[in-house]
Design a protein around this ligand. Structure first.
Ligand code: ATP
Ligand code: MG
Length: 462
């Protein structure tokens, strides 16, 4: 009797309340009572039970999602590992192709003619390696020693390269070595850039004191090493000691050194195309009476190009603050004229100091202005106009205008005519008598492998 009462009570509770109580289970905690408080508590209890059940069900769903997610994550991780493995394999194959197979045809030694690179897509010959030699498998490469060289501290860093000081134990000479990490060079273009630099440095080694002398090249399993003469600092570091710019005399000496080097490469139909303070090296020395003097040497010929009279180039290169505006605005340019512009930028930074240069010149190269060619051109034009405010001595101002006033690069004077400018001629150094002295001190095996011109020939080139 009480049981059916229980059931009807339950049923009644279910039907006449919206408490959502459980309808299918016997409730051991159920207490028969007429006390409304007890009844109320019973209802609350049922509600809570239902909530617990719902939560349990949700928890199950969540747990299932978590398990699914974990399974997915695991499968993604496996895919990621597979991809990484494939990438590594492809990368290694590509490096092998770039750095080994292109040189492994046996006919590619420098003496046996140019090497051929292969266009992977079409299988046709695309590029002749001019200077890169194939890997020397016997070369012992160590952090501190490579071949006959003891390798020392880092003196410079580039995109693919680290430059370190080194010592040749056979020549008993302190030198610099540009160490290129082969695994960072993953495209034919980058490889061409290195080959280009080697080719030009080999050709020019020892022919002009204003051009970095290449002395040896080694090609190991992991790195390519370019051994050169060692300089004391680059022009960028030099600004630290001259925050407000240099004297006119010192500025002239440095610009003259740069122009001598540039004039030499231009006379050989080579444009540098990346003239900027980091690529101008200096050797400190004392002049007569203890005056501050510097020898200037151009380095980093990776972007240089062989040019012919009237030939226009289209590939954009250089660095903000120093590249000629027509490279960007016109899209085609004369490589030698572009170098003249860069010399102007370097002179300006020398005169006003690094910070002021940043404010009065670099701002025109802001990426905001480079969104539109016309904006960039007018910013450069405005910056050039403001140069007049510098109130420089007349000859110097005139010289700077010659370098920088033509923003279109159509009528910039060539370097050889600028060397005869009145401002240059004011120089007590004239046409740089110390240049000859240095030529005799150069000692380069690369130079010995090349058909050599004498020092006098080198000067005849200018
Ligand atoms: N012979 C040297 N003597 C002293 N310092 C040097 C010499 N060669 C290079 N450096 C220093 O190393 C820096 C980097 O050298 P370099 O400009 O040749 O490399 P990079 O071409 O800029 O490198 P990457 O090709 O990887 O971009 C130079 O800016 C300079 O500070
Ligand atoms: Mg450089």
């Amino acid at each position: 009797m009480s049981e059916s009462k229980d059931e009807s009570k339950y049923a009644g509770d279910e039907s006449d309340s919206d408490d959502g109580g459980d309808d299918d289970s016997f409730d051991p905690l159920h207490v028969e009572s007429d006390d409304p408080l007890v009844q109320q508590l019973q209802r609350e209890l049922k509600k809570s039970r239902k909530k617990v059940k719902e939560m349990e069900s949700k928890t199950q769903t969540i747990l299932k999602s978590v398990r699914d997610f974990q399974t997915q994550q695991k499968s993604l991780f496996t895919k990621y590992q597979d991809l990484r493995h494939d990438y590594k394999e492809l990368h290694e194959n590509m490096l092998k192709m770039l750095w080994e197979e292109m040189f492994d045809d046996g006919s590619g030694d420098r003496d046996g003619g140019p090497k051929k690179g292969v266009d992977g897509n079409l299988g046709r010959l695309k590029y002749d390696f001019l200077a890169l030699k194939k890997q020397d498998r016997d070369l012992k490469e160590d952090e501190e020693r490579v071949g006959e060289y003891d390798v020392g501290a880092v003196i410079g860093e580039g995109q693919f390269a680290t430059v370190k000081s080194c010592y040749s134990t056979t020549k008993e000479k302190v030198m610099a070595v540009k160490i290129i990490e082969k695994k960072k060079v993953t495209s034919l273009d980058s490889l061409k850039r290195i080959d280009n630099e080697l080719d030009v440095l080999e050709e020019l080694a020892g022919k002009h004191p204003g051009i970095l002398t290449l002395m040896d090249v080694l090609h190991g399993e992991k790195y390519l090493y370019m051994f050169t003469e060692k300089l004391d600092l680059d022009l960028f570091d030099f600004y630290d000691d001259h925050p407000n710019g240099v004297t006119e005399t010192l500025g002239r000496l440095i610009i003259l050194g740069i122009m001598e080097g540039v004039n030499f490469i231009h006379s050989r139909n080579i444009a540098h195309r990346d003239l900027k303070p980091e690529n101008i090296l200096l050797r400190r020395q004392k002049g007569p009476g203890g005056t501050e003097e510097y020898e200037v040497v151009l380095c980093d010929f990776g972007l240089c190009a062989r040019v012919e009279e009237g030939m226009l180039m289209t590939d954009f290169c250089g660095s903000p603050g120093f590249f000629a505006p027509e490279m960007f605005v016109e899209g085609e340019y004369d490589g030698k004229q572009a170098d003249v512009w860069s010399i102007g930028c370097i002179l300006l930074e020398l005169l006003v100091g690094h910070d002021t240069f940043g404010e009065c010149w670099m701002t025109a190269y802001d990426s905001e202005y480079m969104k539109r060619k016309s904006d960039f051109r007018s910013e450069i034009q405005a910056a050039v106009m403001e140069l007049k405010e510098l109130r420089l001595p007349t000859n110097l101002s005139d010289f700077l205008q010659d370098l920088l006033s033509d923003v279109d690069g159509k009528k910039r004077p060539p370097v050889n005519s600028l060397l005869a400018h009145e401002w240059i001629m004011e120089s007590e150094h004239g046409r740089d008598p110390h240049i000859k002295r240095r030529l005799s001190s150069l000692d380069s095996p690369v130079l010995q492998n090349r058909p050599q011109s004498t020092s006098e020939d080198a000067f005849a080139d200018r």
